[in-house]
Design a protein around this ligand. Sequence first.
Ligand code: GCO
Ligand code: MN
Ligand code: MN
Length: 386
Amino acid sequence: MYEPKPEHRFTFGLWTVGNVGRDPFGLPVREALSPVQIVHLLAEVGAYGVNFHDNDLVPIDATPAERDRIVRDFKQALKDTGLVVPMATTNLFSDPIFKDGAFTSNDPKVRAYALQKTMRAIDLGVELGAKVYVFWGGREGTETDACRNPVDAIKRMREAINFLCEYVIDQRYDLKFALEAKPNEPRADIYNATTGHMLAFIATLDHPEMVGVNPEVAHEHMAGLNFLHSVAQAWEAGKLFHIDLNDQYAGRYDQDFRFGSRDIKAAFFLVKFLEDVGYPGSRHFDAHAYRTEDYEGVKDFARGCMRTYLILKEKAERWNADPEIQGLLAEIHQDDPSLQPYLGTYTAVKAAALKDMPFDRIALGKRGLHYERLDQLTVEILLGVR
Ligand code: GCO
Ligand code: MN
Ligand code: MN
């Protein structure tokens, strides 16, 4: 019943199940797997797709001949397993050249190199079938704002995304961009810190229709925000091109926990939203296994992400079909046809009528809304007693 199937669009990055458990205080705890081995691991657990940064697949110093061999072997692994590559991205954060940013660096040489690296990575992603290209600017930020005026950073970021949109158009690639926000880590502060910032930034681009967002659970939770609200705003704006699922305690370092492992109720409302609206894109798990795990534990982690999603999907169906919940909702959302002539689009007549309308403010303020009951019913569904 909770078996992942291709129609669920579950994807993982090479860097997620391939994470070797290095952290700022400790060395790797797992041996590195090759991209081909990772594809086979993902096929074994039932994933639909695999995404990658350019250098997850092709090391930054690979010769053209090495690149060709690696790409050939990877394509063969995709063919052998049936996995697809829906998304690709660029590593613009690991190499020391990016220590003060890529597209927003003060050094024009660094900015030019970042464009070169991204164009080559776009070519690689498209060659392997990617239709979505993610931009996560982990190093596009500061420790001290003495280093640049943030307005310059915004302008440089715009210039880079505009340049790369034109490149995609020029190459006639069928590719959309998805911008991923994060408030901090690895920089003390990262520009365009939340999905809301990104949405505002996209509206200023030359080709806003090509660019959407890739919100991540952990990143909005790190900022203390309600992830569902960010996702809903992106969806309503037609900008939810991709999504990064994981989990995270608020106010902590970037934990990248298994999806649904921390805030089940938030994960539930998220899954319910994605399923209710019919979000057609990848459900990408951008997370990794605890450092305590070997590769059997990594498979438990990956299976757990997908299984929890599917369990929550089933709980959402149960919630939508629950007569008591639906009864409460019908009450809460009752329309009042007598007000229809006065609401909606402005007219001077409506405004004048509204200004004279009598309201029983005290009675309206006294009504109980039954949200305690509604939430308890939700919790009981999640706890499996309903
Ligand atoms: C992070 C980010 C990354 C990006 C990835 C894809 O916190 O490290 O979430 O994992 O999602 O670089 O662009
Ligand atoms: Mn992240
Ligand atoms: Mn991410």
